[in-house]
Design a binder for this molecule. Structure first.
Ligand code: ZN
Length: 461
């Protein structure tokens, strides 16, 4: 054998004892057994992180998680050194609108399989492993795509979860808004029939709206939302509602609502009592709208993560909207203060809080994926400790969406995790310092994705 071939074989033996040559050359992937060592590990359970951790991934799942050295790696396992890094579970955005936004336009005309896939790749790029579209999907295509992604057909795409078509009163539905997708609910029998259309499509959490939009429209009548909730529960579905008014929130709790898709605009003692009587009812944060109006330091100068995925004209449009004029600033500040106080009170009272961002919404500027990172900062600024905010964005959001194998770094769960260059417990904005993203045990190629986003290949055109 030629001398350099000897050197290669000798090098393998010296540097990686116990590794057979085939495994050592194979990159960590779905079929491999890989031991990740040395990181600070935040598992998603809210406990103190495991310093110098180890975890073993096999066939896309975590199989052992613990301290480095305590993991029994089989002979032939590949090893990845993550010393100096922090690992968190992939984030879960429980409220978004997927497939509508495309550069400077936002509308049903952009709603294609290709555009949804582009959005799910953007989520993946940002370390978000799953996101649920809240009632703006329509047709059969989203269910097929959801199942294709779940089956592993697109390894670089986050899981696309869908509430299917939402259920809305006529007053909410217009060709110009995303409720164009919704079932128009006008009768009890119609409400029940709409729920039944979602059952065979395996929707777990459906979406409805109960909002008078500042007194401008007639909201969904109580007998109609009660019928929706009752019919859903009979069929083992759960119901998420867009409802921000205090009185409506109370009535919805009495009607056994499962999830509030937004923070409630005001919290009082009676509301807290009703939540205590309904301990499983969860609230998604969605603090981004009011907060962005008064706090968006990541826009000027634009944060590098945004610049990597969003085209300059879209960034410029958003920059041109802020800062607000003083007259508009005061009400925004007031509504942020109230929302922040309310979400902190609900959290302190033990209400399950998940993270929903309303990303991809109709303004056209709720950049897909990025909104998750600002939402985490919003929650910390509202007074929820970073460790609890990370639980909300991982384990709790996954539970709310009925995704039992997501949201934690724990044996048996899907190996969806994010490697960070800095510790988000010290500063929550460190979730933006993404080094690597793994979905189903496979590292996604962020460099390739980025090139696609900016060229318009798989991305905005
Ligand atoms: Zn929404």
């Amino acid at each position: 054998m030629h001398w350099f071939r000897w050197a290669i074989v000798a090098g393998l033996i010296v540097n990686a004892p116990g590794l057979d040559r085939v495994t050592a050359q194979r990159p960590p992937g779905a079929g491999a057994v890989t031991l990740y060592e040395g990181a600070r590990l935040i598992t998603g359970d809210g406990n103190a992180p495991i310093e110098n951790a180890g975890f073993l991934v096999e066939r896309g799942r975590f199989v052992q998680v613990g301290r480095r050295g305590a993991i029994q790696a089989p002979r032939g396992a590949a090893r990845v050194d993550l010393s100096g890094k922090t690992v968190i579970p992939a984030l879960v955005d429980a409220h978004s609108h997927i497939g509508y936004m495309k550069n400077l336009t936002s509308g049903a005309e952009n709603y294609t399989r290709e555009n949804i896939l582009d959005h799910m790749r953007r989520f993946a790029y940002y370390g978000v492993g799953a996101s649920q579209a809240m009632g703006s999907d329509f047709g059969e295509m989203p269910f097929v795509l959801r199942d294709d992604i779940l089956a592993g057909k697109y390894p670089d795409a986050a899981r696309f979860l869908t509430a299917g078509r939402g259920l809305a009163p006529l007053s909410e539905i217009s060709p110009d808004n995303m409720r164009q997708a919704a079932f128009a609910v006008t009768t009890v029998s119609g409400a029940r029939a709409a729920v039944q259309e979602l059952v065979p499509r395996k929707v777990k959490l459906l979406k409805t709206w109960v909002d008078d939009r500042g007194g401008s429209i007639e909201p969904l009548a109580p007998e109609l939302y009660r019928a929706i909730i009752d019919e859903a529960h009979r069929s083992n579905l759960r119901v998420a509602v867009h409802a921000t008014g205090l009185q409506q929130a109370k009535e919805l709790l009495r009607a056994n609502i499962d999830v509030f898709a937004h923070a409630i605009s005001e919290v009082d003692a009676e509301l807290l009592t009703l939540f205590k009587q309904h301990p499983k009812t969860a609230v998604l944060s969605a603090l981004g709208g009011p907060h962005r109006a008064v706090y968006a330091p990541w826009l000027n100068p634009v944060h590098p993560l945004i610049a990597e995925t969003v085209r300059p004209e879209q960034i410029a449009r958003l920059q041109s909207r802020f800062p607000l004029k003083a007259s508009a600033l005061a009400p925004s500040q007031e509504s942020w203060d109230r929302l922040a106080r309310g979400i902190a009170q609900l959290h302190a009272a033990g209400v399950p809080i998940g993270v929903g961002t309303d990303g991809g919404g109709q303004q056209g500027d709720q950049f897909i994926g990025w909104t998750m990172h600002t939402e985490l900062e919003n929650m910390v600024m509202a007074g929820i400790p970073p460790a609890q905010v990370l639980v909300a964005a991982t384990r709790t959001s996954a539970e709310i969406l009925g995704q039992d194998d997501l949201g934690m770094v724990a044996a048996g769960k899907s190996a969806d995790f994010v490697v960070l260059d800095a510790n988000p417990l010290e500063n929550i904005t460190n979730t933006r310092r993404i080094s690597r993203v793994f979905l189903r045990g496979v590292e996604i190629d962020r460099t390739k994705l980025r090139a696609g986003f900016m060229s318009g290949g798989t991305a905005n055109k």
